[in-house]
Design a protein around this ligand. Structure first.
Ligand code: IMP
Length: 442
């Protein structure tokens, strides 16, 4: 390609992939991201923080990652973009933990954006104090300070990674930050923080964290111009997106694929193929609307069979039938090009399955899940019933290994959500995966 003055611009072909959750999180993104990471050169986190929990099973090792990009397990470079909020203490603890399991996490393999906002102990304290004060109206946050840290970012008082290199900046920034937070903490009857304590905390962590600091936008642009494949690893999911989710029962970042660009400093075209991950049923942790939730024996069965306990908090997850209305919406707002369907084996042997195909509000059919909370609470699901299958899908590695009814179930989901299932995961093992289309070959 040539510019007006005849200058030659190098064209770079995008074959990148962005992975996002299409429900309320915990769809099994960890395994899919790990599987895709083996085909990528760089894996980038672009939102969320250590509220996320990704479990990766590789051989006899189980890695539990919260903040680190999953590609590190495959020896690929991991990047933490500016859209993430980083708790430096949690980061170092996680690095120590996975290093003890044999992974290399050094500035050669991990880079963190210089403009990433930090989570300080005061953020966790505010998060928990506010949740306690909300009583019955609590959001059910992970209590890790995610929301307060994002609030500080948009309020322009965040301490960012680059500030750790400037003690004089830390000094005045902490004054401003504490003026705000101590007022709130005192009002909530919680213990306040001193500047000296926070300074000591940050100064002790700085020498270990600063070596990872980099100009991530430049690194990613140079890498994609050099033809390196980038995998953007989303955390949480579309229904927890701060704009498009079940607000206010959401996390504090944008979880949709568009944020892969903003949250790492690349153009929107770099996001590439968007793979949405969905479980073959639904789960949710924390509070908030969940139209297809099951409060009966079937709900408990799904929870037990699917080992549905939060990776980060250990809380039991709420379980329900697959909600096609919700996933279709996630496909549309999330920009999903293909779906990866996980945990189909959890439905093995259940004689009759249901899929939520519509909603009713006060006896009337409605086209969309409403945005206002009182209406959300009154929504009733409309179900379609499908025959289950008696064989097993566990560990299947090809379409031919699946019972006919299981194939019908998957095909029906494709029709209802208006997106192709391009990948099917049939056990926690990395290789128990059926690939219909390689997302990197788009
Ligand atoms: P926060 O992100 O800690 O502020 O929590 C806000 C909401 O998002 C709560 O309902 C959490 O349970 C939920 N949440 C946060 N991270 C995850 C995740 O990784 N998986 C599932 N739910 C999450």
């Amino acid at each position: 390609m040539h510019g007006p003055d005849g200058q030659h611009f190098k064209e770079h072909i995008m074959s990148n992939v962005t992975v996002i959750g299409a429900q309320w999180g915990d769809e099994g993104k960890g395994k899919i991201v790990d599987w895709l990471a083996s085909r990528a050169d760089i894996v980038v986190r672009f939102q969320g923080g250590h509220n996320a929990g990704h479990t990766l099973v590789v051989g006899d090792q189980t890695y539990k990652l919260s903040l680190l990009p999953s590609g590190l397990v495959r020896g690929k470079m991991g990047v933490i973009g500016n859209g993430v909020v980083v708790d430096p203490e949690a980061l170092l603890a996680e690095i120590d933990r996975v290093t003890a399991q044999g992974l290399e996490v050094t500035p050669r393999t991990l880079r963190i954006a210089e403009n990433v906002p930090l989570i300080l102990p005061v953020h966790g304290a505010i998060d928990r104090a506010r949740e306690a004060a909300r009583g019955d109206r609590k959001i059910g946050t992970t209590g890790r300070g995610i929301g307060p840290a994002y609030e500080d970012k948009v309020a322009r008082r965040a301490i960012r990674l680059c500030d750790l290199a400037e003690p004089e900046t830390l000094d005045w920034k902490l004054d401003e930050l504490l003026l705000h937070h101590n007022t709130l903490l005192a009002g909530l009857g919680s213990e306040t923080f001193t500047k000296d304590a926070l300074l000591a905390h940050l100064n002790a962590l700085a020498p270990r964290v600063l070596p990872f600091m980099d100009t991530v936008w430049e690194l990613l642009d140079d890498s994609s111009r050099a033809g390196r494949k980038i995998l953007f690893e989303g955390a949480q999911a579309v229904m927890l997106d701060v704009d498009h989710g079940t607000y206010p029962f959401v996390t504090s970042s944008n979880t949709i694929a568009a944020n892969a660009a903003t949250g790492s400093g690349v153009g929107p075209g770099t996001v590439g193929f968007v793979l949405g991950i969905a479980k073959a049923y639904s789960t949710r942790v924390g509070e908030g609307p969940f139209p297809s939730e099951l409060h009966d024996e079937m709900g408990r069965t799904l929870g037990e069979r699917g080992h549905e306990f939060g990776t980060v908090t250990g809380r039991p997850r709420r379980c329900g039938w697959f909600d096609a209305m919700l996933v279709r919406r996630a496909v549309r707002v999330g920009g999903v090009n293909g779906l990866a369907l996980t945990k189909l084996d959890v439905l093995d042997g259940i004689p009759e399955l249901r899929i939520c195909t519509g909603y009713e509000l006060d006896g009337e059919e409605i086209r969309h899940f409403p945005s206002a909370p009182a209406a959300q609470a009154r929504v009733k699901p409309v179900y379609e019933t499908l025959e289950g299958w008696s064989g097993t899908t566990y560990g299947a590695r090809s379409w031919a290994d699946l019972p006919a009814q299981a194939i019908k179930y998957v095909r029906r989901i494709e029709e209802l959500v208006e997106a192709p299932v391009t990948l099917l995961s049939t056990s926690p093992e990395r290789d128990d995966t059926i690939l219909m289309r390689d997302p990197f070959e788009n």
